[in-house]
Design a protein around this ligand. Structure first.
Ligand SMILES: [Zn+2]
Length: 139
């Protein structure tokens, strides 16, 4: 699966033709995102974090976040993290190449890179709190 897929967007969330399992997944996801948005509207959601919170596997969590992106509620980003500390080192803009190496604030004087295994890339999502609030009826 390509990261590029997660940046495509339509505009609507139509659950009418979805299975009860998917509807339930989306409802749990929306409830979780609302709690997170109340605490911090600029929060960053990682699929693994959502998966643990709603008792689903990571692929299902990613599916839910992608469906909500199509509805304009979430937005995917590709984050770059220090492998040792999970400190966030930066973000790759859609369609741009991943930098070969980056300096790390958490490890003074060190450059980390993906090939050496000292940097990892991971998808995270940001929220549009207004779009999330408007989803009430659709969900
Ligand atoms: Zn580091």
């Amino acid at each position: 699966m390509s990261f590029r897929n997660w940046f495509s967007g339509k505009k609507r969330l139509d659950l009418s033709k979805r299975s009860p399992a998917v509807r339930s997944l989306i409802k749990k996801t929306i409830a979780y995102l609302r709690r997170r948005a109340e605490e911090d509207p600029t929060t960053q959601i990682r699929p693994a974090m959502l998966a643990r919170a709603i008792g689903e596997n990571e692929m299902m969590a990613l599916t839910a976040l992608d469906m909500l992106q199509s509805a304009g509620v979430t937005k995917a980003h590709l984050g770059l993290y220090c492998e040792a500390t999970m400190h966030r080192m930066g973000e790759v803009a859609p369609g741009r190449p991943v930098p070969e190496a980056l300096p790390c604030d958490a490890c003074p004087g060190e450059l980390h890179d993906l090939d050496a295994g000292t940097m990892r890339k991971e998808i995270f999502f940001t929220l549009d709190p207004e779009a999330l609030a408007e989803l009430k009826e659709a969900a």
